[in-house]
Write a protein that binds this ligand. Structure first.
Ligand code: FMN
Length: 381
């Protein structure tokens, strides 16, 4: 973190902007507090359906697009749809990752229902699996019936984060934490991990190269930039996407140095800084964890989301930081060679790698923004 701060200071050229900002009291509180309200409001709903859904909106999901829309039918029945406008067609042309995010949503829903004495009955794609892309048909029908057994993983939902800090290279990830993540995912798919040696080195290089390709491919890089929110005002206006908060970044943004336009320009220093930051992510990966399914059906993608969510909660319980490194798994032409490489490395026996994430120890980060639950509900069934 210190070294990236130093780099930003170098870009700035002088500390005048920061000093001016500090002089106005601007640096005192730049957390997007309103955009984090759904984290504080989770569970505070009297009826069981809204209550479980208020937890589910905290699910990890690609670029934090929050692609869920729920038709409320009653206090115990609802239908989940994908908000088709919230997909990421350049990096996720077949909606595979968006579907994984919806699987994360359904798993939190299940855990939250069980916590208050309900079984969540979930019927996936009740009108059929949509291919090659998702369509307007429902993703799941959800019903709550009395029963259910509380799961200790539930307690970690408020503390789970995607942590994009550099990880501590002096601290190894214990094998016990990695095997606990594996046990948390159940037996419907296979998982793997590596926490040392040449395999970890190979994955670090592969992830670094994949993020380089994503950034050097204008369409895929622009897709990320289009959903980037820098600073409190932008995040609170649109509490989704890739949120970059903190007084330093906000000051750089206001000074016109670190903006989505400068980051898009390969000749600008901000472009190089973005590449360097992503390199830091790969190179400080102290362990990698991956999830593989036998084939690549929609049901398997939903299962992969459920498994990722459970593995992430297990990692949270054990004090680990975690971040998906999805670039090499993405299905666009420029990534085809690395997609092949990552599958040769992690799935030589076949199947699809659905998730690949790095782990380590890092300073905590704050909650990613969320749209309020109410904005994701349609109440007329
Ligand atoms: C299928 C999937 C792929 C993801 N890929 C990445 C990734 O490549 N890099 C990254 O930093 N985060 C990735 N994420 C994490 C999301 O960006 C994150 O969940 C979202 O921004 C919300 O933040 P939170 O997890 O802290 O609540 C991915 C999440 C999912 C479900």
């Amino acid at each position: 973190m210190e070294s990236s701060r130093r780099r930003f200071m170098q870009i700035l050229g002088s500390s005048a902007v920061i000093l001016a900002a500090a002089g106005t009291g601007f640096v005192l509180t730049r957390e997007p507090v309103a955009a984090q309200a759904p984290w504080r409001n989770a569970g505070r709903y009297p009826d069981p359906m809204r209550r479980a859904l208020s937890w589910a909106v905290l699910a990890p999901n690609p670029h934090n697009r929050q692609p869920w829309i729920v038709d409320l039918i009653s206090e115990t029945e609802a239908v989940l749809y994908c908000d088709l406008e919230r997909r990421l067609p350049e990096t996720d042309p077949f909606d595979r990752q968006i579907t994984i995010g919806l699987g994360c949503f359904l798993e939190i829903f299940r855990l939250a229902a069980a916590e208050v004495g309900f079984v969540a009955e979930i019927e996936i794609f009740p009108e059929g699996e949509s291919r090659p892309r998702l369509d307007q048909r429902p993703v799941a029908r959800m019903a709550l019936t009395p029963g259910g057994q509380a799961d200790p993983l539930f307690a970690h939902i408020p503390f789970r984060r995607t942590n994009r800090s550099p990880y501590d290279t002096e601290r190894d990830v214990p094998e016990t934490a990695l095997t606990a993540m594996q046990s948390a995912t159940g037996s419907r798919l296979t998982t793997g991990y590596t926490s040392n040696g040449t395999r970890r080195d190979a994955l670090r290089s592969l992830c670094q190269e994949a993020s380089r390709i994503e950034q050097l491919t204008p369409a895929t890089w622009q897709e990320s930039l289009d959903v980037m929110r820098i600073g409190r005002r932008q995040i609170e206006a649109n509490p989704d996407g890739i949120a970059i908060s903190g007084a330093m970044m906000e000051a750089l943004q206001m000074a016109g140095i670190m903006t989505t336009e400068t980051m898009a320009d390969p000749d600008h220093r901000a472009f190089a800084e973005s590449l360097a930051m992503q390199e830091g992510w790969s190179q400080t990966a102290m362990a990698f964890f991956w999830i593989r399914t036998r084939s690549n059906t929609r049901a398997e993608q939903i299962d992969a989301g459920s498994a990722y969510l459970r593995a992430a909660l297990s990692a949270t319980r054990d004090g680990l930081a975690m971040q998906p490194m999805s670039q090499s798994l993405q299905e666009y032409p420029e990534m085809a060679a690395l997609y092949r490489d990552v599958h040769q490395e992690l799935a030589p026996e076949g199947g699809t790698i659905q998730m690949l994430a790095r782990l380590g120890y890092a300073r905590p980060v704050s909650e990613a923004p969320r749209w309020p639950l109410e904005s994701r509900l349609r109440e007329n069934g």
